[in-house]
Write a protein that binds this ligand. Structure first.
Ligand SMILES: Cc1cc2nc3c(=O)[nH]c(=O)nc-3n(C[C@H](O)[C@H](O)[C@H](O)COP(=O)(O)OP(=O)(O)OC[C@H]3O[C@@H](n4cnc5c(N)ncnc54)[C@H](O)[C@@H]3O)c2cc1C
Length: 435
């Protein structure tokens, strides 16, 4: 399988996204030269790795973070910015599978995940420009009742009063397309500028004492106590290792890659829309819809529509990202015909078979969290925090997440993508036919 770290990007380069164009990019950090030691070595400088680094360094541990490219190179610096509630499986379903107590613990964790982000944005990273409000919209009339039941369940079971059901008129009042039949609006969820946020997390991790090295791909781990992590130019001996490479992690840890399918998703940023913006969204919220091949979108601070979707299981990005997303956007919002796309980019995330995160201890001193399945903006930072707790000797919350059922993909790395591509084609056809 092609290495996801290099298949679509040049070494050390951030993508040509609107996020990069609207951010002050910090100077490059040095690569790792020679040998060093650490209490904890973390692979990956995205939300997961940097959150773990900050929490561990704040506990006084000596932390080294290695990224093959740059801080924020991965999904963390290029995503849709939606800070969603819960998991990619409704709480109602989790309660059936895991029982009400475990489900309540899982819900409390995701509430904490969102709180942490809001607090960070308020106090430390205001440039991430957090804004409240995420709507989920039904593209088939038959889905509305189920969405409303999910919202009611959160209200009744957890006293979560920030979510409200939307009927057909209400959803069309918020989102100016005829494609939607209802849904819900969650004001406890929100959206932010992910690249500025991940840079802020790196700044905070370094301020707490973590050392970050860029252009430092770990190509081999020698397991043991200590473990040794090898890059082309250097080595780190560490008592503990955290794997935080998510969809980009090459095959250096089979226990992780067996459970994760790297999936690509794409985003286009239009030219600034000015007054046209209000003909798409009447509030400054983010939206995702219920199509299997889902669309997700929101306005940037300069009123560009950031329109994402069209996941693909091919490791290589298509060449026509901008026209492909432009067509999908116009199909939903014909009022934007003639609007230019200024930026278009893709990124790789990790999904799991059960769409629940894969949090695991892959060796006595190696932990991993990945496969957030489209809910990683909120969940990944929390997973990093919980891995830090586990390394510091408090494994209770780590065990709560580790207990989630995340089977390996059938067929292993060679077959999982073709099998999913077939399934995907079928579901995309259902979307088009409205079945
Ligand atoms: C286009 C797109 C849109 C998305 N939209 C949303 C959204 O709106 N809401 C949401 O909740 N989630 C969304 N996601 C998912 C979310 O971005 C991820 O779940 C989250 O960012 C994962 O963070 P991470 O730190 O685990 O991984 P990443 O941010 O991917 O970071 C992994 C890092 O590990 C490094 N790495 C990997 N292997 C090695 C190695 N061997 N040596 C050194 N470094 C290595 C990579 O260079 C990379 O920087 C989206 C993802 C994409 C791609």
């Amino acid at each position: 399988m092609a290495n996801p770290l290099y298949r679509n990007d040049s070494p050390g380069q951030l993508p040509q996204s609107w996020y990069v164009a609207s951010t002050d990019i910090p100077p490059e950090r040095p690569p790792l030269y020679g040998h060093t030691t650490a209490d904890v070595c973390i692979i990956g400088a995205g939300f997961t790795g940097l959150s773990a680094a900050r929490h561990l360094a704040a506990k006084g541990l000596d932390v080294v973070v290695l990224d093959a490219h740059r801080v924020g190179f991965g999904a963390s610096g290029r995503n849709g910015g939606q800070v969603c509630s819960g998991y990619n499986t409704p709480q109602r379903a989790l309660a059936k599978t895991y029982g009400t107590n475990h489900a309540a613990q899982l819900w409390a964790l995701t509430e904490e995940a969102k709180d942490d982000i809001r607090m960070l944005c308020l106090a430390e990273v205001p440039e991430a420009n957090y804004r409240a409000g995420v709507a989920e919209a039904a593209t088939r009339p038959g889905e509305v009742a189920d969405m409303h039941r999910n919202a009611e369940y959160l209200q009744e079971t957890y006293g979560y009063d920030k979510i409200s059901a939307l009927g057909r008129d209400a959803v069309r009042g918020l989102i100016k397309t005829n494609d939607y039949f209802g849904g819900h609006l969650d004001m406890g969820a929100g959206h932010l500028h992910p690249l500025r946020f991940v840079f802020g997390m790196a700044r905070l991790a370094e301020a707490a004492g973590a050392r970050i090295f860029e252009r430092a791909e770990v190509h081999h781990i020698v397991h043991g106590d200590p473990a040794e992590l090898r890059t082309i130019k250097g080595r780190v001996k560490a008592n503990h290792v955290i794997l935080a490479g998510n969809g980009y992690l090459p095959n250096i840890a089979r226990a992780v890659t067996a459970k994760i399918l790297p999936v690509n998703s794409f985003i286009a940023a239009t030219e600034p829309l000015g007054d046209l913006a209000a003909t798409v969204l009447t509030q400054d919220i983010a939206v995702s819809d219920s199509k299997f091949v889902l669309n997700y979108y929101r306005m940037s601070e300069d009123k560009r529509l950031l329109f994402g979707g069209r996941p693909s299981y091919q490791i290589a990005f298509p060449k026509d990202i901008a026209p492909m997303l432009h067509d999908r956007m116009i199909a939903m919002f014909p009022q934007l015909a003639g609007v230019r796309v200024d930026y278009a980019w893709g990124g790789t995330l990790g999904i799991t078979t059960s769409r629940l995160p894969a949090v695991q201890r892959v060796a006595p001193n190696v932990v991993s969290a990945s496969g957030f399945s489209g809910h990683g903006v909120a969940l990944s930072g929390l997973a990093g925090k919980i891995m830090a707790e586990a390394i510091a000797g408090q494994a209770g919350r780590f065990d709560t997440l580790q207990a989630l059922n995340v089977p390996s993909f059938p067929g292993g790395p060679a077959l999982r993508a073709p099998i999913l591509r077939l399934a995907m084609t079928w579901y995309a056809m259902r979307d088009r036919l409205g079945l």
